[in-house]
Design a protein. Sequence first.
Length: 107
Amino acid sequence: MPKEKSKEKLLVKIHETSREIVALADKSLVGKKFEDGKLQLDVNEHFFKGSEISEEKAIKLLKEKLEDDACFNFVGENSVQVGVKAGIINRENIIKIQGIPHAMMLM
């Protein structure tokens, strides 16, 4: 049997502002910058470096935070797919910057 491809580790960080902002990123992208024409994506540690979380726990957390009217920021193939699986991101709202998937959902 073929070996299943191991999934990228996810990092989640919740920012407490007037409305919570949930940042979910593929761990390997944190600390990197990407540019594509006029678009720039800075996956800086201050905003994205949080706790490591499994896909299952991330989906549960995202659904809970959606009910609380949080805003969301996803960076990376696995993180964006988790946002899709949780019902937060529509595929047509995903952009790619230098090949890196990115999506946001603001309430």
